[in-house]
Design a protein around this ligand. Structure first.
Ligand code: AMP
Length: 305
């Protein structure tokens, strides 16, 4: 089953308490499609890069089964650049630089072959760009998932509300859920988000796992306690990519399937943070992933007396 993603493909410069990276390849779309490729090799990425973007990275995407015909390369353009610095707790970070470059004028075009894709992932981008992608779909997807961030709540709240009306699943972190709804209790925040459109909500709590809500069910996925956490960049996107990759291959959007997809996403995100940028995901094997999914199962499984 086809999976279509729209999201940034970027250069990132990252600083954590453990070190600093040079300009490396990042971007929400990059992490999402890379993570999804562990499950689904029938996917496409809609994005934009500059002429300065390395062609071997694009070739690497193609080798992973990612259709890149939807990635525009405007003449003379420069790739989106983002720099961030993590605080000592690794849960919070400051954005040091955002150079939109080609992303500033991005007008997404969904390739004809993907206009009836049943699974659509809207990576963190301006809500009007996200909506333009939804509007190009010729058949309403079975599941539209969306990520967003505080930045869009601050500068484009009305646009964000319009896009929220079109999606099935919103994936945000706890701070973003609270800002969007003004509610502290996450269960109440999830209900308020459902009033805005999505019938499903995932609230991520960083190293404390993620909560999945539907109108009448809740599921909690823990995060695996890790020995090495070097760089949380892209963990949220990797989670979303793993989740959508898994769901699209199951071709099933029941709550039971969503639970498994949340674990698949959590397992992939747990690898993402172990090295800088996409490095750990690039070298990850399917066996390692399967082992870690089992570790998630044993982590919180117990018998009732
Ligand atoms: P995450 O750590 O999951 O929040 O995602 C980090 C990724 O998001 C980085 O690789 C950045 O390139 C990308 N990113 C940061 N800010 C933006 C933005 N305003 N629009 C699109 N992508 C962004």
């Amino acid at each position: 089953m086809q999976l279509l993603t729209v999201g940034s493909v970027a250069f990132d410069a990252i600083e954590t308490p453990f070190g600093k990276s040079d300009k490396i390849v990042g971007g929400a779309g990059t992490y999402i499609s890379l993570a999804a490729s562990f499950f689904n090799r029938n996917q496409a990425l809609v994005s934009v890069v500059g002429e300065d973007f390395p062609t071997d990275v694009l070739d690497g995407m193609v080798n992973r089964g990612i259709d890149i015909r939807g990635i525009q390369i405007p003449e003379g353009g420069k790739t989106f650049f983002w720099a961030g610095k993590y605080h000592n707790d690794m849960n919070s970070r400051d954005t040091l630089v955002t150079e939109l470059n080609v992303l500033g004028t991005f007008d997404p075009v969904v390739p004809m072959e993907y206009r009836n894709a049943p699974f659509l992932m809207l990576g963190n981008l301006s809500p009007d760009v996200q909506r333009k992608v939804v509007e190009q779909m010729e058949v309403r997807p079975k599941l539209i998932a969306m990520d967003t961030m505080n930045f869009w709540m601050d500068i484009a709240l009305d646009e964000l509300h319009k896009t929220l009306k079109l999606v099935d699943l919103l994936i945000v972190n706890d701070e973003e859920a609270r800002q969007l709804t003004g509610e502290y209790a996450l269960k109440t925040a999830a209900k308020r988000i459902m009033d805005l459109g999505p019938r499903l909500v995932i609230i991520k709590k960083g190293e404390h796992g993620a909560l999945l809500f539907s109108a009448d069910e809740v599921f909690y996925a823990p995060a695996l306690p890790l020995e090495e956490v070097f760089d949380p960049t892209g963990a949220g996107d990797t989670f979303a990519g793993g989740l959508m990759g898994y769901l699209s291959i199951q071709d099933d959007v029941t709550f039971d399937s969503l639970k498994k997809a949340v674990i698949a996403g959590s397992a992939l995100a747990s690898f993402c943070v172990e090295k800088f940028g996409t490095q750990r995901l690039e070298e990850l094997t399917k066996n390692e992933l399967d082992e870690r999914i089992k570790a998630f199962y044993t982590l919180s499984q117990f018998e009732l007396a």
